[in-house]
Design a protein around this ligand. Structure first.
Ligand code: HAM
Length: 403
């Protein structure tokens, strides 16, 4: 028998009910914060990501799946959302808050928590320029993670990249500081020194990490405006009681960021420990040919979030709901009418598919995760009633059906 490996996270690692519940929780959360759903295409122009994410980033340089010379499978949604906003005349129309959910594609070496096809739930707010807004999102992300019972497994790491000018000044100084010590860097970092020295902060090599910790720090390069925004943000987090770690080496692997960047990570020290990430990208609209449009967003990796859910939250997640129709074949027309009545009242009814023995159907009802079984036999059909059995308590009651 041939075997096929699955490239996606959800299909192999999550049953779809669990995935839907996770997505549902994210949608409900984002609606409360005023985000509206946007659907972004799976196939996109290659140049969009080259311009927005940056040609020297891993995502663009090594990980994009080509559809043809000009098009790729989307590796992320931020550049697409900004393109959609610009194309829709956003500069005239004004601010938007968009949320999206769906597969992204990156040609990475698959392992637990890292897939070639994975799902992101993302939110992008375009034309917002307030650190109070950023703080509000972070505070509410903490709430979302609490609701999903994973809050205590995550650390919020934050940093600020300042303005482009501040970052460039830092980049030049870092390069000058590192050049005489080049040989103490690992091989990849030596290459990055000339292409993108800020990415040396991403190195996992302990010697390189130690060296970087003793070098110039980006926070020292911030001007008064950047510093004020940073202080407003950290104060808001402090007041809300959201713990965070300031990580001066957090640079994020995508070029469009400025100002606040953040990651929600697990405590393990491995590349795929980041569950959600984002930040400000005030310069992206201009980079794509538009005007300056301050923006902020993030994306949650749904597979990674799902890996965090423990057995306890899984039980909560799979709470019994709805009805299972257990009927006998000689009363199936009546059973269909009863099911329709329940569905019209907004209830979920799962139709049994083996109408021979009631006992067998009740077993199936139990396995279906329904809360109640609707039992319809000869007596019920004759008296125009339905017997409802609570599958948790076993209590059974017969009701008249209002036909
Ligand atoms: P990112 O850090 O590249 O940011 O991805 C966001 C999240 O997607 C990661 O934290 C991780 O949970 C998940 N993820 C990334 N790659 C993989 C993979 N190969 N397998 C499984 N999960 C993965 C972005 O994509 C930005 N667009 C986020 C953003 C939105 N920034 C501003 N707005």
């Amino acid at each position: 028998m041939s075997s096929y490996s699955c490239l996606s996270g959800f299909s192999d690692n999550l049953n779809s009910t669990r995935a839907m519940r996770l997505e549902d929780a994210c949608w409900r959360w984002s609606e409360k914060l005023g985000f509206n759903q946007i659907r972004l295409p799976l196939i996109e122009e290659r140049t969009l990501f080259e311009r927005a994410v940056g040609t020297s980033t891993d995502v663009v340089e090594k990980e994009m799946f080509s559809v043809n010379d000009d098009q790729v499978l989307r590796p992320e949604g931020t550049a697409q959302a900004m393109r959609a906003w610009l194309n829709a005349g956003g500069q005239r129309k004004g601010p938007v808050r968009w949320a999206y959910c769906g597969p992204m594609f990156r040609n990475e070496r698959p392992q637990a928590g890292r897939y070639k096809q994975f799902n992101q739930f993302g939110c992008e707010a375009i034309m917002v320029n307030e650190s109070a807004f950023d703080a509000d999102i972070l505070i509410n992300m903490a709430e979302l993670f609490s609701t999903l019972a994973v809050r205590d497994k995550l650390v919020l790491r934050i940093n600020t990249l300042g303005t482009m000018a501040e970052r460039m000044r830092y980049r030049d100084d870092l390069l000058q500081w590192l050049l005489p010590q080049k040989d103490n860097l690992d091989e990849v970092s030596q290459r990055r020194l000339f292409s993108n020295p800020l990415r040396i902060w991403d190195s996992k090599d302990s010697r390189t990490k130690e060296l970087m910790a003793t070098g110039p720090c980006l926070l020292d390069y911030l001007g008064s405006e950047s510093l004020q925004a940073w202080r407003r943000l950290t104060t808001a987090l402090d007041v809300a009681g959201v713990n965070y770690v300031v990580e001066p080496g957090l640079m994020r692997g995508l070029d469009y960021y400025n100002g606040l960047v953040f990651e929600w990570t697990t405590f393990e020290d491995k590349a795929q420990n980041t569950v959600a990430a984002g930040g400000r990208y005030d310069g992206l609209a201009k980079l794509l040919g538009g005007v300056q449009a301050p923006a902020f967003g993030f994306a949650i990796g749904l597979e990674r979030l799902a890996l965090l859910l423990d057995k306890e939250s899984e039980t909560v997640e799979t709470e019994r709901e709805g009805y299972f129709m257990a009927s006998l074949s000689d009363v199936d027309t009546y059973a269909l009418q009863v099911a329709l009545l329940y569905r019209r009242a907004g209830e979920k009814v799962f139709m049994g598919d083996d109408m021979t023995k009631l006992a067998k159907q009740l077993q199936r009802a139990d396995a279906s995760n329904a809360r109640y079984a609707l039992i319809v036999g000869d007596t019920e059909a004759k008296n125009k009633t339905v017997t409802v059995k609570d599958l948790l308590t076993g209590i059974q009651t017969t009701f008249a059906v209002p036909f």
